[in-house]
Design a protein. Structure first.
Length: 83
């Protein structure tokens, strides 16, 4: 799960760093790089709005790989998938 998203992240990591995005959070679903956000919470909120309650990757942009976790089945009442 999310192998393709991790591949997309790794292919674009150096570009993110060159653009000064280190420490920010990127949202990726399939091959779609949605956007980069300053906080994890903003990335999660916007990812849920766009993709709904499906698996998508939120990855902190860094030179070194960090071990992270993800939630599936999160319910945040103020976030609804856009139609």
């Amino acid at each position: 799960m999310l192998e393709n998203e991790l591949k997309i992240y790794r292919q674009n990591m150096l570009n993110f760093l060159k653009q000064g995005q280190k420490g920010k959070f990127v949202v990726i679903k399939d091959t779609d790089i949605m956007d980069v956000f300053v906080t994890y919470e903003d990335a999660l909120r916007q990812g849920l709005k766009r993709y709904g309650n499906t698996a998508f990757l939120i990855k902190k942009i860094n030179e070194f790989e960090e071990i992270n976790f993800f939630f599936q089945g999160v319910e945040i009442p103020s976030c609804q998938a856009s139609a």
